[in-house]
Ligand binder design. Structure first.
Ligand SMILES: [Mn+2]
Length: 396
């Protein structure tokens, strides 16, 4: 089917008295695609509104909405009965229960086909972005896109293809080239630079003060946190350090220790590493380049009780020099902690963490309730020990 045939089939769904609701899971690609629908149906229907159900938190996405002056409405403010045509873009109705609230007249998406249940289905999984598909509709309709629309579609393609580092079709490149003529590069830069909120920067500053770099891995335990997202943002930020292959940022949230791991994907998988290191004590998993661990504080307290006993018995023994220690010694030692981490490796033949002999962390203080509250520096040392063993010392 040609682009023009698709466009004709799509627009034939609507008449001038229709009130159309476009439903999205708001990210740059979905927002831009919904804007394109709105433009395609301009003056063809009586009304088009865009609604979303997810919480938009990323500062860059919020900046995109603001600087491009895009109006999208939270789903709880929508009266379903007001609309008589429903469209979903950049998703399919079975992707989320909120999509399933409506019966769709059209689905336009680039994810693998799972639910082509509308009157009009245009699903092309080989495309890197739904914005590319929408650009083809815009071109087929002979529309010259406005600056905000072209900029949004360009952002959609750029985001979903990770600036063409992910799966990309030739069509994505062509759409990008077409849109570039109409888009505003300064606005794109403005959106992409908006990585942090003011309070995120304060949090990163705290993490920077606590950071330790060992074997090209950046660690920061940040103590009590307001939101695990802060650890995610900081872990991503630390990956900007030129010598960093990994970043491991942790904090205490909701009576749990949360550990966020990022790595460059060139070496050992972050997901496998955390599974080996922490699966026995909490939930641990992820992908090659990103992983997450959550451990209940009560389980951590039990672990630390064991560790204290282990330390008491090990302190009297002379550490033996294992092959592991030899390997880690070859790495330049960056801080006192790297010494302690190397020492740690030497003391292990099991998974039980043994505290370092160079900087013995203080014993966990006893809380008024009588239970042991794990101390931040103790937690920090424990995480470093675990990761250093399981991530390996080969860093080139
Ligand atoms: Mn997409």
């Amino acid at each position: 089917m040609s682009h023009i045939q698709r466009l004709e089939k799509f627009t034939a769904l609507f008449s001038s008295d229709n009130r159309v609701l476009v439903v999205i899971n708001a990210d740059p690609d979905a927002i831009a695609s919904a804007m394109a629908i709105k433009r395609l149906l301009w003056r063809k229907v009586s009304e088009v509104k865009i609604t979303y159900f997810n919480e938009i938190r990323r500062p860059d996405n919020l900046t995109m909405l603001r600087v491009l002056n895009i109006k999208i409405i939270p789903i709880k403010e929508i009266d379903e009965k007001h609309f008589d045509k429903f469209v979903v873009v950049d998703s399919q109705p079975d992707h989320h229960e909120c999509f399933a609230m409506f019966r769709y007249d059209a689905i336009i998406d680039h994810h693998p086909v799972s639910c082509d249940c509308a009157l009009f289905n245009d699903i092309r999984p080989e495309y890197g972005a739904c914005s590319t598909m929408m650009t083809e509709y815009i071109k087929a309709a002979d529309i010259k896109p406005s600056k905000p629309l072209a900029t949004a579609l360009l952002m959609g393609i750029k985001t979903d293809t990770a600036s063409f580092l992910r799966q990309t079709a030739l069509e994505d490149v062509r759409a990008f080239q077409f849109l570039y003529k109409y888009a505003n590069p300064s606005l794109i830069a403005r959106i992409e630079h908006a990585e942090f909120r003011d309070k995120d920067v304060d949090f990163i500053a705290k993490a920077i003060r606590r950071k330790k770099i060992i074997n090209h891995r950046v660690y920061a335990h940040t103590g009590k946190i307001e939101n695990p997202d802060q650890c995610v943002i900081t872990a991503d930020f630390f990956m900007k350090i030129d010598s960093a292959n990994w970043s491991i940022v942790s904090g205490i949230y909701n009576k749990k220790l949360i550990i966020i791991i990022r790595n460059d994907g060139l070496r050992k998988s972050a997901g496998n590493t955390v599974k080996q290191a922490f699966d026995y004590i909490g939930s641990a998993g992820g992908h090659r380049t990103m992983a997450r661990v959550e451990i209940k504080l009560e389980d951590l307290e039990k672990e630390f009780e064991t560790t204290k006993l282990e330390r008491a018995s090990h302190n009297h023994e002379k550490p033996d020099i294992s092959e592991k220690k030899e390997r880690s010694r070859k790495e330049p030692l960056k801080s006192p902690t790297s010494l302690s981490a190397a020492n740690r490796n030497s003391d292990f033949d099991s998974d039980v963490p043994v505290p370092c002999t160079l900087s013995v962390p203080p014993a966990p203080p006893v809380a008024s309730s009588g239970s042991h509250v794990p101390d931040d520096s103790f937690i920090s040392e424990w995480i470093i020990g675990k990761i250093e063993i399981h991530a390996g010392t080969k860093t080139e």
